[in-house]
Design a protein around this ligand. Structure first.
Ligand code: AMP
Ligand code: MG
Length: 342
């Protein structure tokens, strides 16, 4: 009897002092993997975390197998080597392709899933970097008409010389699928980081928002912090992959489908915040290419996402929905912060 009273008193004290929450749950589990050319980390909380993370990891690995442009056994590889014949693909590849075509249409071709031959010409697929001739660029641009991609049910048909690359949307899509897997297994608090493509589930276990850094271009630090819950935060940056020629000119991996060259409309990084990873991923690439003015126009038209644009003349544009959640880090106060409104 006496022992039961002591145990009860201890339990009450424990709950009052806050260690109750520790007793009741929140185990932190992390899993890391290398996939889609990126180091990925996923952290989840709760009793189901470990099993759920294993499933999410499996899901990403499956997606990579389907979407890889270089793996000879992938579905996209088969499409790219189909010589014009229809190829039957799984539901994920179908869904990503369908979505990529929608995004190509609504960004007026800034996002172009058929840009791969250009990427190869610049050497980004092999690491064999060089600046292609204007003539070569013009010839290759002829192969990038995404309107010629035909998707019927689960069957994709592309012209013989065309090649698809879903790299600008694949990680965002993977983050959605991973988040879905975690949620289906009961996880209510998690953060998925697929190499700068972040997807959060719920808030942190203590109820406060997640703090996601917006990377400073060409430096290790974060230029600003976004406080967010239950959303995706995805960045496209020219600093992420590039080479420099003998004159010191830099060429990055985000190709402007109008010129066939690395986009140069003044943006050094574009971060998109929204509900869906796939949407944020496709948009971050497209907005980077558009430049600030067109990106702002685009945002005003759609308004179902928020963005942070960093320019090459030390300006940061955030959309008004982020005013309360974005904080510029002190050491970057030389940047001018501007808010985009209606
Ligand atoms: P992200 O980091 O999401 O901006 O994706 C960049 C990757 O998307 C590049 O490495 C290419 O594989 C691909 N890419 C480059 N330019 C484009 C473009 N205009 N539209 C779609 N994908 C692109
Ligand atoms: Mg992208």
């Amino acid at each position: 009897m006496k022992r039961r009273v002591i145990v009860s008193v201890l339990l009450i004290l424990c709950l009052l002092s806050g260690c109750g929450s520790m007793l009741l749950s929140e185990e932190e589990k992390t899993v890391s993997l290398f996939a889609m050319d990126t180091h990925m980390t996923m952290t989840a909380y709760g009793n189901q975390a470990e099993e759920a993370l294993d499933s999410a990891k499996g899901c990403i690995e499956e997606l990579e197998k389907a979407l890889s442009v270089t793996d000879e056994n992938s579905e996209i590889y088969r499409v790219n080597h189909s010589k014009g014949s229809p190829v039957t693909v799984g539901d994920d590849t179908k869904e990503v392709t369908e979505f990529a075509l929608i995004m190509a249409e609504c960004t007026n071709g800034a996002f172009n899933p058929a840009i791969y031959p250009l990427l190869t010409a610049w050497g980004f697929t092999t690491g064999n970097y060089h600046v292609p001739s204007q003539q070569q660029i013009e010839q290759l641009l002829e192969l990038t008409d995404y309107n010629q991609i035909v998707l019927t049910g689960n069957e994709i048909t592309i012209p013989p010389e065309m090649q698809l690359d879903l790299g600008a949307v694949g990680k965002g899509y993977a983050s959605d699928r991973a988040a879905e897997t975690l949620k289906n297994q009961g996880v209510t608090s998690a953060i998925i980081n697929l190499g700068g493509n972040v997807r959060t589930i719920g808030a942190k276990p203590d109820g406060t928002p997640w703090r996601v850094g917006v990377k400073a271009p060409d430096e290790d630090g974060h230029i600003g912090i976004l406080e967010v819950s239950d959303c995706a935060v995805i960045t496209s940056g020219g600093y992420q992959k590039y080479f420099t020629d003998e004159t010191g000119t830099r060429y990055h991996h985000i190709i402007d489908p109008q010129t066939g060259k690395p986009a140069e409309r003044g943006i050094v990084s574009a971060t998109v915040v929204g509900k869906e990873g796939k949407m944020c991923d496709a948009l971050s690439t497209a907005l980077f290419i558009m430049g600030v003015e067109k990106a702002a126009e685009f945002w005003r038209e759609y308004r179902d996402f928020e963005m942070v644009l960093i320019t090459d003349n030390n300006e940061i544009y955030i959309t008004e929905g982020l005013e309360d959640s974005f904080s510029l880090q002190e050491e970057y106060s030389l940047y001018t912060l501007m808010v985009l409104g209606p």
